[in-house]
Design a protein around this ligand. Structure first.
Ligand code: KG4
Ligand code: ZN
Length: 362
C-alpha cells in the first residue's frame, strides 16, 4: 500500500460494518486535477445530489491550452466557494458527510494539491474520513451514476486529454489494463489537430462541431496498428499525417477545408477506438462495454460505438457529456466503492501527478 493510505480493519459484511448497514452514505467529493474546480455530494454511490463545476476554459483559451500555474491559482480562488455550493445545492451539512473523496492523481501537481489540501483540511478539522481517488477510476465510475443496472465485469475504454486506456473492469476498484496509448492520448490528438487547423482550445468539442459540416472521407489519414499489442493505441503518427497534409497544401497553395480535415481526422480516431474496443470485447468474451473520459462525449464516437455494440449484441454504456469531462460526482462514486471496502487515506495523502494505473486497486 503506498504512503498516505490505510485500510480500516472493519469486518466486511458485504462491504459495510454492522453499524453502517442500512444507513445512507454521503460522500463529499472534490476534483481539481486539471482546469475544472469541482465538488459534489453523492448519496449511496450513485445518486448525485449536487455537481458543481467551475471551469477555467475561457481563461486558458487565451493561451491556447492549460497553463498549469494559472490553473493552480484559479483553483485556490474557487475551491471553498465550490465546496460550499455543492453542500448547499445538495441541501446537506458538512457534518452529515461520511467521507471526503478527493482526486490525488494523475494530473497537474499544483492543481491536484489544491483539492488534496482542501480535503485534508476538512478531514482534519471535522474528523470525517479521507479517501484519495484515482482520477481514471473516477472517469470509469461515471458510468454508474446514470445506469443503476451496470455492474462489473465489463470492458471500459477511457479516452481523455491525458489518457487512452482499454481496461477490463473486473470488480469495483479492480482493473486490468489491456491496452493504452504509446504516445499521445486521444484527447491530446484532438487538441493538437484543432490548434493546427486554427480551431483553438479546447479542441475536442470544436472538432466535434466543425466535423458535422465536413466530409469524413475527403482525406485518408493513417490508422496505426501495433504489432505487439492489438489493444495499444498510437495517435502521434495520425497527428503528424494531419500536419504534413496541412504543410503540403500550404506549399502547393491549395485551400484547406477545415471541416473536411476535422471530419477525416475524427473518423480515423473513432475507427481505431471502435476497432480496438470491439476486438477486446469479443476476445475477452464480455457482453457489456462502456466508454468514459472527455473524448467519450464526442458525438461521432458515441454513434459509432453504439452501432458497433448493437451489431455485436453488446450492451453499451456511456455517461452524459457532463459526466464525461472532469467532474467531482464521478470521484464521489469511485470514492463510495472504496469507502464500503474500508479504504481510508491518512492525512499524509499527497498529490501524485503521474499516479500509475495499477496503484491501489489498479
Ligand atoms: O476527461 P477530461 O475532461 O480531462 C482529462 O482528464 O484529460 O478530457 C478532456 C479532453 C480534452 O482533450 C478535450 O479536447 C476532449 O477531452 N474532449 C473531446 C470532446 N469533449 C472534450 N474530444 C472530442 N470530442 C468532444 N466532444
Ligand atoms: Zn479527466
Amino acid at each position: 500500500m503506498p504512503p498516505g493510505f490505510w485500510t480500516a480493519t472493519v469486518p466486511r459484511m458485504k462491504g459495510l460494518t454492522k453499524m453502517e448497514a442500512g444507513k445512507d452514505i454521503y460522500i463529499l467529493a472534490i476534483e481539481s486535477s486539471c482546469d475544472e474546480t469541482a465538488a459534489s455530494v453523492v448519496k449511496n454511490g450513485r445518486e448525485v445530489l449536487s455537481n458543481v463545476i467551475s471551469t477555467q476554459i475561457a481563461l486558458h483559451t487565451l493561451y491556447g491550452g492549460v497553463v498549469p500555474e494559472i490553473a493552480s491559482r484559479k483553483h485556490i480562488e474557487k475551491i471553498n466557494q465550490v465546496i460550499d455550493a455543492a453542500l448547499r445545492e445538495a441541501g446537506q451539512e458538512l457534518r452529515r458527510m461520511d467521507a471526503i473523496a478527493v482526486t490525488y492523481g494523475p494530473g497537474l501537481v499544483g492543481a491536484l494539491l489544491v483539492g488534496v489540501s482542501a480535503a485534508k483540511a476538512i478531514s482534519f478539522a471535522t474528523g470525517i474520513p479521507l479517501i484519495g481517488v484515482h482520477h481514471i477510476e473516477g472517469h470509469i465510475s461515471a458510468n454508474y451514476i446514470e445506469h443503476p443496472e451496470l455492474e462489473p465485469p465489463y470492458i471500459c475504454l477511457v479516452v481523455s486529454g491525458g489518457h487512452s486506456h482499454l481496461a477490463v473492469v473486473k470488480d469495483y476498484g479492480a482493473y486490468e489494463i489491456i491496452g493504452q496509448t504509446r504516445d499521445d492520448a486521444a484527447g491530446e490528438a484532438f487538441d493538437k489537430v484543432a490548434r493546427a487547423i486554427g480551431l483553438g482550445y479546447p479542441g475536442g468539442p470544436k472538432i466535434d462541431r466543425v466535423s458535422r459540416e465536413g466530409n469524413p472521407d475527403a482525406i485518408f489519414f493513417p490508422r496505426a496498428k501495433l504489432a505487439d499489442n492489438a489493444y495499444d493505441f498510437s495517435f502521434s503518427g495520425l497527428k503528424s499525417a494531419v500536419l504534413n497534409y496541412l504543410n503540403g497544401c500550404r506549399m502547393k497553395g491549395e485551400e484547406i477545408c477545415q471541416a473536411d480535415v476535422a471530419a477525416s481526422f475524427q473518423k480515423a480516431v473513432v475507427e481505431v477506438l471502435v476497432d480496438h474496443s470491439m476486438h477486446a470485447v469479443k476476445e475477452y468474451g464480455y457482453d457489456c462495454f462502456a466508454i468514459a473520459g472527455g473524448v467519450a462525449s464526442n458525438s461521432c464516437l458515441r454513434a459509432a460505438m453504439s452501432e458497433a455494440c448493437s451489431r455485436n449484441h453488446i450492451r453499451f454504456y456511456h455517461p452524459s457529456p457532463v459526466y464525461c469531462t472532469d467532474n467531482a460526482a464521478m470521484i464521489g462514486t469511485a470514492g463510495y466503492y472504496e469507502y464500503i471496502k474500508g479504504v481510508r487515506s491518512g492525512l499524509d495523502l499527497n498529490a501524485v501527478p503521474n499516479l500509475k494505473l495499477g496503484t491501489r486497486g489498479f
